[in-house]
Design a protein around this ligand. Structure first.
Ligand code: TYM
Length: 326
């Protein structure tokens, strides 16, 4: 069973990234040796600062390890350290259609926020398909917002296989049962996001405890008083999911425990649960961040493992597509 996922280095990582994705990467180490890629090539598809990209790449590596990824039990690497991704993306760009890419919701959303819409932003999902397919991936753990890209990846793999012969594994998307779409605390109709959400409604993984408390206590809910999931109660439902993930308690148990209690008490407890969830990650992150040489070393080992894994698939793709190779 091959598990692969990717995460962008730029932009602060928030509770949605942790609950929807990072937590799944860490858990998957129990079943397989997951391949986790810091997708720096994807980050340059929108306006960005080169110095920030360099910093945030290292910072994300530290954050992922602090969250529980163990470099001996996974392949953790930076996308640009393995040139196979860019090559694979070019090959696959001839197997994806313009019409398919035009339908991508992430492209529509992100292009609206950009003054300059790069071709790279448009072909972004093809690079993502290359990421996944080069590793003969069976399962891709992601949050709900990435489902469409993984489905496109499946279509690209099937088309490649029917044109050139059975070559690529068709991957399946895996979203968590709870927390696949964590909502913005201030606008609980939108997903939590560093780029599209509100600052006050986004809990960053590295926020100080008091900042976390403040953001959760001021979360927008509804005019009712019942700590229950349901229609019109998106804000409360979101907090129940967050609490459930943070404490391991089932949502039903949380609902019955808070029967008759007001939103105030509930929010204060959610805040404490999140503070407890993130505190050890923050502490470990700080230690790791003080050892950049060790992080570079770990990433170099990861890149070597990644190249060894992707190389044979890329070679077969070239061969099946008819390139004259020695
Ligand atoms: P990115 O970097 O935006 O997000 C990383 C992961 O976090 C999940 N996520 C969320 N989950 C729940 N609630 C939220 N509010 C929330 N916000 C983000 C995302 O679903 C994602 O799993 N295109 C990808 C990166 C990528 C990739 C890949 C992923 C590149 N290549 C190959 C999987 C496989 C992205 O931009 O994720």
């Amino acid at each position: 069973m091959r598990i692969f996922s990717g995460i962008q280095p730029t932009g602060e990582k928030h509770l949605g990234n942790y609950i929807g994705a990072i937590r799944q990467y860490v858990a998957s180490q129990e079943e397989a040796e997951p391949v986790i890629c810091i997708v720096d090539l994807h980050s340059i598809t929108v306006a960005y600062d080169p110095e920030d990209l360099r910093e945030s790449t290292l910072s994300l590596a530290a954050l992922l390890i602090a969250s529980g990824l163990e470099p001996d039990r996974c392949t953790l690497f930076v996308q640009s350290h393995n040139p196979d991704h860019a090559q694979g993306a070019w090959l696959l760009s001839t197997v994806a259609s313009f019409g398919e890419l035009r339908r991508m919701v992430q492209f529509k959303d992100k292009s609206e926020q950009q003054e300059f819409i790069s071709v790279g932003l448009f072909t972004y999902p093809v690079l993502q398909a290359a990421d996944i397919l080069l590793y003969q991936t069976d399962a891709v753990p992601v949050g709900e917002d990435q489902r469409q890209h993984v489905e496109l990846t499946r279509d690209i793999a099937e088309r490649f296989n029917s044109r050139y012969g059975e070559t690529l594994v068709v991957p399946k998307v895996v979203t968590p049962k709870l927390g696949a779409k964590i909502l913005d605390l201030q606008e609980p109709t939108k997903k939590m996001s560093t780029t599209g959400g509100t600052a006050q409604g986004t809990v960053q993984m590295l926020d100080e405890p008091d900042v976390i408390r403040k953001k959760i206590k001021s979360a927008v809910t509804d005019s009712g008083r019942e700590v229950r999931r349901g229609e019109g109660k998106e804000g409360i439902e979101n907090l129940i999911s967050i609490m459930s993930v943070a404490t391991g308690e089932e949502p039903e148990a949380i609902e019955s425990r808070y029967e008759g209690a007001g939103y105030g008490d509930f929010k204060a407890d959610v805040a404490e649960a999140v503070v407890e969830l993130l505190a050890p990650i923050r502490a470990r992150y700080r230690e790791l961040r003080d050892e950049p040489a060790e992080l570079h070393r770990l990433l170099a080992v990861g890149a070597e493992k990644a190249r060894a894994a992707s190389g044979p698939t890329l070679a077969t793709m070239y061969e099946r597509m008819g390139f004259a190779r020695p």
